[in-house]
Design a protein around this ligand. Structure first.
Ligand code: SF4
Length: 203
């Protein structure tokens, strides 16, 4: 049961990603669950849904192999990707999963990795115990309106959401990068650093 790597996401263009079943892998009481984009659009198709579920099951049954296969898909000696996105759908499963993500970044230093997450605690705990993340692994904390608190003691980059209702949006830093919707030509999220932010329009 090989890991399904996606290269067909319209926003990511040619940048490969691995996706996991949403909600199940997201934080408990995730504030965006009712409006989750990963439950809509192409993600609704049975084959896409099935591949995300299979990836999740595969990780649970054989984490070592799951990450080995991802590494091979990114760099197999012939093809090497410069950019990789973790979880256009889904989130960091657990502490062990994140430790593997860090290892993959360390072992593939020529690839830049990006993950958005609302599992702040896993990342914060890792940094507390192990120190800074590899330079080529950009973890961006996902905000969700004024009422959702982000625990961000290490000032990791933040992705804000601009809702139609300004009151719901809350405060967005004035220097936040506006998402253009085309990662291949933008790549900002792979590059934003501590204290910086990006903003997405709620669609
Ligand atoms: S800001 Fe750029 S890199 Fe980030 S999600 Fe939007 S298009 Fe992609």
């Amino acid at each position: 049961m090989p890991v399904r790597i996606s290269t067909t996401n319209s926003k990511l263009g040619l940048i490969p990603s691995v996706n996991l079943v949403p909600v199940v892998t997201c934080r408990e009481n995730c504030p965006c669950v009712k409006e989750c984009y990963a439950m809509r659009g192409n993600f609704r198709f049975a084959n896409v849904r099935k591949s995300m579920e299979q990836n999740y099951e595969y990780y649970k049954s054989n984490p070592e192999k799951y990450f080995e296969e991802i590494k091979l898909a990114i760099n197999n000696g012939m093809v090497s990707y410069a950019y990789f996105r973790w979880h256009a759908a889904g989130d960091i499963v657990d502490k062990q999963y994140f430790e593997y993500m860090v290892k993959v970044a360390e072992q593939l230093p020529l690839t830049s990795f990006l993950a958005f997450t609302k599992k702040f605690e896993i990342v914060n705990e890792y940094i507390k115990d192990h120190g800074a993340l590899p330079q080529n692994l950009n973890i961006v904390f996902s905000a969700w309106g004024a009422d959702f608190k982000i625990d961000n003691p290490y000032r990791l980059p933040v992705a804000y959401v601009r809702f139609k209702d300004e009151g719901k949006t809350g405060i967005i830093p004035t220097d936040a990068v506006e998402c253009s919707g085309d990662c291949t030509t933008c790549l900002q999220c792979w590059k934003i650093k501590a204290g910086q932010s990006v903003v997405f329009k709620k669609h």
